[in-house]
Design a protein around this ligand. Structure first.
Ligand SMILES: Cc1cc2nc3c(=O)[nH]c(=O)nc-3n(C[C@H](O)[C@H](O)[C@H](O)COP(=O)(O)OP(=O)(O)OC[C@H]3O[C@@H](n4cnc5c(N)ncnc54)[C@H](O)[C@@H]3O)c2cc1C
Length: 381
């Protein structure tokens, strides 16, 4: 039986470990945390991410945990439309706790999970199968999958040219539980000068509790203040924005807030696959292509990576499969990163002229960003 080591039990690692095990691989999943745990937030799944999840596990029961989200368009803080809603945008939202539960349930009994294990080294060679180590023990496998996120130790060893840097933004996410959520429509995306606010109703799912997921983005470095002060700052920055922005911030508690610096990889790794003897190492998810969250594509692309790898690695020639993985995934993710950077410029626009240019650009840019064909994706045959 072929063996794989998957480093990192985030969305990318869980999806890949489950898919490989269901295809007959024996998998060891290494996670540095003491347990596999979802952050208490949510995720927007675009059509490509949803299709990838369905291709990874047709029995995954995805409809039971996701809720459809109509495209809310884009507005200015005063409520005026910058981009009117598009009826055919196929997106959904899922609470991460539900998504992690579904991915863990799909791991099956061929996956051995080892928590509290931080991979610090990876060894490859012309005639060696790849080996990873946490400094105490070594594991050799046919395939090593680096799904260890933006600060990937595996990527740092194999593609040191690619470095995690700040994108110039801070993001705050929160889920307001259903019993605290404001009445009325809560779906929306609003762009101010250096600020952005997106909110999505969680529908009937989210552990049956509903609620509203929101993410606020502001240009600038992470704030050192306490969560209470950061929430007060958010209420001040977004005061006067059209409903439901103020209402959602008023209903948010400081301990609901998840602040984080928005970071990305620059440049992207020169390769996503590194042959090693009869097998090799692949980079996947944020370890390969971490990007700002403006297009909500990071996890969607990670699921595409996983589904592509699973299909290609089903054949007998693993080095050839890894070369194909690199050939298929790098152009796709490079193009998405390029579009995300354009969106970063849109969010950061300041000054009258820049804002006017932004509004014109947005009306052309957004349909291409969110409609077909850019996010369209199909698993390889
Ligand atoms: C504000 C915000 C909003 C977003 N919204 C969306 C959205 O709506 N839609 C979307 O598709 N994407 C979105 N994203 C992006 C998405 O969250 C990420 O792309 C995705 O979670 C990355 O998953 P991952 O498994 O690759 O990495 P991670 O989630 O970082 O997981 C890596 C795992 O590896 C473990 N690990 C790390 N190092 C080691 C090591 N050395 N040894 C062992 N284990 C290790 C970590 O503990 C972790 O469990 C958003 C991101 C942000 C910041």
């Amino acid at each position: 039986m072929r063996t794989a080591v998957v480093v990192g039990a985030g969305l990318a690692g869980l999806a890949t470990a489950g898919a490989l095990s269901r295809s007959g691989w024996r998998v060891v999943l290494l996670e540095r945390g003491e347990r596999v745990a979802a952050p208490p937030t949510a995720l927007v799944l675009w059509a490509n991410g949803r299709r990838a999840l369905e291709s990874l596990d047709p029995e995954g029961g995805w409809s039971a945990i996701t809720s459809p989200v109509p495209d809310p368009g884009v507005r200015r803080p005063d409520g005026q439309w910058l981009v009117t809603p598009r009826p055919n945008a196929a997106t959904s939202v899922v609470h991460l706790e539900d998504l992690y539960d579904a991915l863990v349930a799909g791991l099956g009994d061929r996956v051995e999970i080892r928590t509290g294990c931080t991979v610090t080294r990876v060894r490859t060679g012309v005639s060696l199968r790849p080996v990873v180590s946490d400094g105490r023990s070594e594991i050799e496998a046919d395939l090593v999958v680096a799904a260890d996120g933006i600060d990937s130790a595996v990527r740092r060893a194999l593609a040191p040219e690619s470095v995690a840097v700040g994108s110039g933004f801070t993001a705050w996410q929160a889920v307001v539980p259903g019993f605290r959520a404001p009445d009325g429509p809560v779906s929306g995306e609003t762009l101010g000068t250096g600020y952005r606010f997106v909110s999505v109703p969680l529908g009937e799912h989210a552990g049956g509790q509903g609620g509203v997921y929101w993410v606020a983005t502001a240009a600038g470095a992470p704030r050192p203040e306490s969560p209470e002060t950061q929430l007060a700052l958010l209420r001040r920055w977004f005061s006067g924005w059209h409903p439901p922005v103020g209402e959602l911030l008023a209903a948010t508690h400081a301990d609901d807030l998840i602040p984080q610096e928005v970071r990305e990889l620059r440049p992207l790794p020169r390769a996503y696959a590194f042959p090693s003897g009869p097998g090799g190492v692949v980079l996947l998810g944020d370890a390969a292509h971490a990007m700002p969250h403006h297009l909500g594509q990071g996890a969607c692309l990670a699921f595409e990576d996983a589904a592509t790898l699973r299909t290609l690695a089903a054949g007998d020639d693993l080095p050839a499969a890894l070369a194909s993985y690199d050939r298929l995934r790098r152009p796709r993710t490079t193009s998405m990163v390029r579009q995300t950077r354009r969106m970063s410029a849109v969010v950061q626009a300041r000054g009258k002229l820049a804002l006017r240019a932004r509004d014109v650009a947005l009306s052309h840019l957004r349909p291409r960003l969110f409609g077909a064909p850019v996010p369209e994706w199909a698993p390889p045959e």
